[in-house]
Design a protein around this ligand. Structure first.
Ligand SMILES: Nc1ncnc2c1ncn2[C@@H]1O[C@H](COP(=O)(O)OP(=O)(O)OP(=O)(O)O)[C@@H](O)[C@H]1O
Ligand SMILES: [Mg+2]
Length: 238
């Protein structure tokens, strides 16, 4: 039965989608069956997984009974993807829970890529999730939003929320241009699951290049996060 994990951040543009795709690919490499559900009406998971052709149906169509779930699940080279409807009209949190229940036997992990903010799209994204990953960059603005996003999930009854600090640059931490890791953890009050460095290869994901490839600086950090998600103990090294 799939574990359902929402990836959220509050603040936009911190790397939720990139890390969802990277972690999804890393989980696939570990032999897991992975479905990524794009919960952002602005949609980008299809672009980052290279499945932009012939996308007829989205998960909204499944919920509103316009197609079977299989018709809205698009395979990529590694992960499977469901795209987001263009609005959330007529979709409730219970619908999301029901949708996930109907899919959970076919996958080991279902990753839900939340939109920015803590509004309706975010609430729909985490409604049926078992666990949460909160992504923050190491600056005060993102840390505050990550903290808010985590609080909303805790208040809704989610107990397992973990922090990923993204786009770390050691040089900038030393020079005081980024917060250090301990400060981010202390400020968000969320337990760390991994740190991902600034990586030009991830940036190129937005141009259709692979986000997860051996040799790139974020390969091992993403692999380690995936392994920790699967319950492996791997020490954090920076
Ligand atoms: N570790 C990283 N190194 C370099 N660039 C990164 C990294 N993580 C994300 N980016 C870049 O940051 C930008 C925003 O990333 P992404 O779209 O994944 O963020 P997001 O949180 O999903 O945004 P939104 O809130 O708009 O959905 C993209 O250009 C992406 O390539
Ligand atoms: Mg995104």
């Amino acid at each position: 039965m799939a574990e359902k994990i929402v990836v959220a951040s509050g603040k936009g543009g911190v790397g939720k989608t990139s890390l969802t795709v990277g972690i999804g690919k890393a989980l696939h490499k570990m032999g897991k069956r992975v479905l990524i559900i794009d919960c952002d009406i602005l949609r980008s998971v299809d672009l980052l997984t290279g499945i932009t052709e012939n996308l007829l149906y989205d998960w909204g169509d499944v919920i509103l009974e316009r197609c079977e779930a299989e018709a809205a699940i698009y395979p990529s080279a590694d992960v499977a993807v469901m795209t987001c409807p263009t609005d959330y009209d007529g979709i409730t949190e219970n619908d999301m829970k029901e949708l996930l229940r109907s899919l959970e036997d076919d996958f080991d992990y279902i990753l839900l890529d939340a939109p920015a903010g803590i509004g309706r799209g975010f609430r729909l994204a985490f409604a049926g999730a078992d666990r949460g990953l909160v992504v923050s960059t190491a600056d005060m603005v993102c840390v505050r939003s990550a903290c808010r996003a985590a609080d909303v999930m805790y208040s809704a009854g989610m107990t397992d929320v973990r922090l990923i600090i993204n786009r770390i640059m050691k040089k900038d931490i030393k020079k005081g241009r980024l917060l250090n890791i301990d400060t981010v953890i202390d400020s968000t009050q969320v337990q760390l699951i991994g740190v991902v460095p600034e990586d030009a290869k991830i940036r190129l994901g937005a141009m259709g290049k692979s986000i997860y490839k051996k040799g790139q600086v974020s390969y091992l950090p993403l692999t380690n996060i995936a392994a920790r998600i699967c319950g492996e103990y791997i020490a954090l090294t920076l």
